[in-house]
Ligand binder design. Structure first.
Ligand SMILES: Cc1cc2nc3c(=O)[nH]c(=O)nc-3n(C[C@H](O)[C@H](O)[C@H](O)COP(=O)(O)O)c2cc1C
Length: 336
């Protein structure tokens, strides 16, 4: 069914197809969804995940299709990136399919309807799995004031999120990745950790915080970041976001488009970054492997590199719900 649907969707401009699919998912009756495989639950970050396969951030930026996506079997869904105020993102076109390579280049630039709208939708969800909310800063906010935007995100998402992801690794908001530098990271994570503790004390509920990182980091940079993450005792790290590199795409004209590359060609870089973080982080810190997963075998690779949970995006766009099921089975058969 999905290959047919995909060939129709792929006739449309990428962003139109994206919005149509999400709308359809939000409105399809539950009876139309397929039988789900038996997943294996995972305890991580103090939460119980019904299975280890999640949807990565950026597909449902505004939380409009949480319940429909949940019916495809995802054990967790990360909505966002959401910024405090709504913003339009970059001019179109800003989303490109590289079909032959099962890859995507995007320079969306955090287009989203803002925190208030997302929080309201998240509160109304019936999805029984784990909900992550991925927070960012508005384009207009200078990096020196980034902490204030992230604190706003943390506070507003707190009542409705199971975990919150701090995104400082999108290549499409100018200067955002500079927040990965040691001093900036230290200041940001300390501020967030302090507020997390205050909110936990005030509400009697601890919401874990994850950090999403780029695949374009040398080992020295990873080591420096890991030292800060260990010191503040963050709950999880998500390697990785999209890459600004173009591995193996030298002869692909679309590869010249500015933006972040995801999908199959990202996998070696994402796996290497994951393994490097694993090497330098405290063993109890949870790693969520993301980047280039397009088969059950890729789940085994990410697990071998140190991940306990896994997120899909581009592979899901190309292969649809069948990939979710394949990955749930692969995760369930990993050595315990
Ligand atoms: C069109 C598009 C939009 C994305 N938007 C976001 C975003 O808003 N926030 C974020 O943290 N990651 C975003 N990502 C990155 C994905 O969450 C994921 O980290 C990346 O695509 C690598 O995984 P994949 O190879 O399975 O796609 C986006 C990716 C794509 C393709």
């Amino acid at each position: 069914m999905y290959p047919l649907l995909r060939s129709l969707l792929f006739q449309l401009p990428a962003e139109t197809a994206h919005h149509l699919s999400l709308k359809a998912l939000a409105n399809l009756p539950a009876a139309l969804f397929p039988q789900l495989p038996e997943g294996r639950p995972v305890e991580a970050m103090g939460l119980r995940f019904p299975n280890a396969i999640g949807l990565a951030a950026g597909l449902d930026k505004d939380g409009i299709a949480i319940d429909g996506l949940g019916r495809l079997g995802f054990g967790f869904i990360e909505i966002g990136t959401v910024t405090p105020r709504p913003q339009p993102g970059n001019p179109k076109p800003r989303l490109f399919r590289l079909k032959k390579q099962q890859a995507i280049i995007n320079r969306m630039g955090f287009n989203n309807q803002g925190l208030a709208a997302l929080v309201e939708r998240a509160a109304r969800r019936r999805y029984p799995g784990i909900l992550g909310i991925n927070i960012g800063k508005n384009k207009q906010t200078p990096n020196e004031q980034a902490l204030a935007d992230y604190l706003t995100g943390l506070e507003q998402a707190w009542p409705v999120a199971d975990y919150i992801t701090v995104n400082i690794s999108s290549p499409n908001t100018r200067g955002l990745r500079d927040l990965q530098a040691t001093d900036s990271l230290h200041q940001l994570l300390h501020g967030l950790k302090q507020r997390q503790q205050q909110l936990a004390d005030a509400t009697g509920r601890y919401v874990p915080v994850a950090l999403k990182v780029a695949p374009d980091l040398e080992e020295e940079a990873v080591q420096a970041m890991a030292a800060v993450i260990n010191e503040v005792m963050l709950d999880a790290v998500i390697p990785t976001n999209t890459t600004i590199r173009r591995p193996g795409l030298e002869n692909e004209p679309l590869a010249r488009e500015t933006g972040g590359l995801s999908g199959r060609p990202l996998k070696p870089l994402a796996d290497r970054t994951l393994a490097t973080f694993r090497k330098h982080l405290q063993p109890e810190l949870c790693l969520i492997g993301c980047g280039g997963i397009s088969s059950g075998r890729d789940i085994a690779d990410k697990a071998a590199a140190g991940a306990r949970l896994f997120q899909l995006y581009t592979g899901f766009v190309y292969q649809g719900p069948a990939l979710v099921r394949e990955c749930i089975r692969a995760a369930a058969s990993l050595p315990a």
